[in-house]
Design a protein around this ligand. Structure first.
Ligand code: 9MR
Length: 350
């Protein structure tokens, strides 16, 4: 009796061992290859993407490219799809820079956000160097938008159609487009883009609209009007260029939610969190907390579709060149080593 029981137990044990041996390696191998999951893997478990901007000059840096290709499932060209790059002479289009990034993304199975079709900055000289009548500028704008959107049809999943259209107080920015064409240029731009690629998601994108306030209110009001008029607008991009000295945007989650309720997607499109340098342990800890908080805010709102950091390493951040004495804004340092922010994002995504 006793012996029998012991034999049976031994048999059960043996079967269990075989089962473990058979199932464990394949289950493990399929999901992790024994590597820890990447930010992209973790984000995908929530149905989100986790991306990074990149820029053509950086693509000769192989160690940089290795992390760019493995950790993220979405890429935004930092400059390569802007007007100055894509239509350097009127009617002469050059998609070399953008194509290089699209090809790299394809090789790494990453999706691409198109950035950006209509913006007052980084315009070619032929456009800024003269006066335009409304009919002339309309034709120029339509041709630019439609040629570029057609070129990238099926290659980008979203476009920042109009970038940075509002001032801080919620009034329209007096760009050449606004001054010449009036506020209707935004609806026109969206309609033209939609004609050129009916499937791509069309966004308005801006900075300092993470909090509820005059500038994000202006987007809310415009988005509501555009939706009511049936204009093809699908999402609002919140750039999220944050700075420790200005405080965390505590109304971010509520703000994302109110856009969701209009039937719009949202995305954090250009995240970085700068500080006065040198960085120290305390500043890096606060930065890490903010990265976690904004990740959690996005995860908490169903239609927040993903997060893009504005490049991933301090080595290639735009901040030091634009803000005197500031930097250290990204989750990897200048030596491509992960900072506390990186681990905080991972935790937030778990
Ligand atoms: O990252 C871009 C940087 O390389 C350019 O020099 C800069 C010029 O304005 O634009 C940067 O990207 C901007 C983005 O296109 C729109 N939002 C603000 C970003 C930072 O300036």
């Amino acid at each position: 009796m006793r012996k029998n029981r012991r034999n049976r137990l031994r048999l059960v044990g043996a079967v269990a061992a075989v089962l473990v041996a058979v199932t464990a390696p394949s289950a493990q191998g399929a999901t992790t290859h024994e590597e820890p999951p990447t930010l992209a893997d973790l984000a995908q478990r929530h149905g989100r993407y986790f991306g990074s901007a990149t820029d053509n000059p950086e693509l000769v840096d192989e160690p940089y490219k290795a992390i760019l290709g493995s950790e993220f499932d979405q890429i935004t060209p930092g400059n390569g799809m802007k007007w100055y790059a894509t239509e350097p002479q009127q009617g002469v289009f050059d998609f070399t820079a953008g194509d290089e990034i699209v090809d790299l993304a394809r090789a790494n199975h990453q999706k691409v956000r198109g950035h950006t079709l209509v913006w007052h900055s980084q315009l070619p000289d032929w456009l800024t160097g003269r006066e335009w009548t409304a009919p002339e500028l309309r034709a120029v704008l339509k041709k630019h938008i439609q040629t570029e959107v057609r070129h990238y049809r099926g290659k980008v999943f979203a476009w920042d159609v109009v970038n940075e259209a509002f001032n801080e107080d919620g009034t329209y920015r007096e760009t050449v487009f606004y001054k010449t064409l009036g506020p209707g240029y935004i609806a026109d731009a969206l309609r033209w883009a939609h004609q050129a690629d009916p499937r791509v998601k069309l966004y308005l994108n801006d900075y300092n609209i993470e909090s509820i306030g005059p500038k994000s209110d202006a987007y809310f009001k415009l988005a509501k009007e555009l939706r009511a008029e049936g204009v093809p607008l699908h999402g609002i991009g919140l750039q999220a260029h944050l700075a420790l000295q200005y405080g965390y945007p505590t109304t971010l989650e509520d703000n994302l939610r109110r856009f969701s309720k209009l039937g719009l997607d949202t995305a954090l499109t250009e995240v970085d969190i700068r500080m006065y340098v040198p960085a120290d342990e305390e500043k890096l800890a606060t930065q890490a907390q903010w990265y976690a908080d904004l990740t959690e805010a996005c995860l908490a709102v169903r239609r927040c579709v993903g997060i893009t950091i504005w490049d991933y390493t301090d080595k290639y951040s735009w901040i030091p060149a634009f803000f005197d004495g500031e930097g250290a804004a990204l989750p990897w340092d200048e030596q491509l080593q992960p900072k506390p922010a990186y681990y905080a994002i991972r935790e937030a995504l778990k």
